[in-house]
Unconditional design. Structure first.
Length: 245
């Protein structure tokens, strides 16, 4: 087995090593700074699993490196830019989304310097060990475009939003809805809804922001929105379960 690190803002984890396969063959994403455990080298591709959640699949090797430094910080803004210099007027080298991981070597008043010599606004990052309110994290992703299998502020799906939000609160959870529903927190399906409840539907999931409304990434609107639970439940053919951290 070989450990690789992601070198781009996002790269796809596929069920088949084919970039022209249907979108349904894209199972998840890896984000900048995350790592992938390769079990088989197929030339342009590697087969293995994501280090953070064990999700299996194929990743294009050109987006990975074996020479890396351990990430120290994570992007906490919905999106941010990485600049050549420590100035907002400097050329932008890369755009990253929430969840991307970075190696910070120095911190200034306004910018943090990264291991490759570039800079990112310091208010857009936090140490990997820092913890946040996962409901507020999810709300920070409002208006993020819906992307099948997406996991970042550049594009996200329903279970990706839950996984990223809970990760920032220190809770490691599986990637997909059906995997999450059986292990996240405790079952409160038969109890009244409250802020922070994670509600599951057939093939869908969202997070309650209060007793009546939920934040979720939905293909119905092609973005992350807040909607009444009753509206979502009717559209999704009912609730299958609810979990509470």
């Amino acid at each position: 087995m070989t450990l690789y690190q992601v070198t781009v803002p996002t790269t796809e984890v596929r069920s088949t090593p084919d970039t022209e396969a249907p979108r349904g063959k894209i199972e998840s994403q890896l984000l900048l700074g995350e790592t992938f455990i390769a079990e088989e080298d197929l030339g342009d591709w590697v087969r293995g699993k994501c280090s953070h959640d064990g999700y299996p699949g194929y990743v294009e090797k050109k987006y990975l490196t074996r020479e890396f430094t351990a990430a120290t910080h994570v992007v906490t803004a919905q999106r941010s830019h990485i600049y050549r210099d420590d100035s907002m007027k400097s050329p932008i080298r890369q755009t990253v989304g929430m969840g991307c991981q970075l190696t910070v070597v120095a911190e200034g008043e306004k910018f943090a310097q990264l291991a490759d010599g570039t800079f990112i606004p310091i208010q857009h990052i936090a140490p990997l060990s820092a913890r946040e309110d996962f409901v507020e994290v999810a709300k920070r992703l409002l208006e993020t475009p819906y992307v099948w299998a997406g996991r970042s502020g550049l594009g996200i799906d329903c279970s990706g939003l839950v996984q990223i939000a809970l990760t920032r609160a220190g809770h490691a959870v599986p990637r997909d809805c059906d995997q999450q529903e059986g292990v996240v927190g405790r079952d409160v399906t038969d109890q009244p809804r409250q802020r922070g409840d994670i509600v599951y539907f057939p093939g869908h999931v969202g997070i309650m922001i209060d007793a009546e409304n939920m934040v979720h990434a939905t293909a119905a609107h092609m973005k992350t929105v807040i909607e009444p639970l009753d509206v979502v439940s009717q559209r999704a053919d009912g609730i299958t379960g609810a979990r509470r951290i």
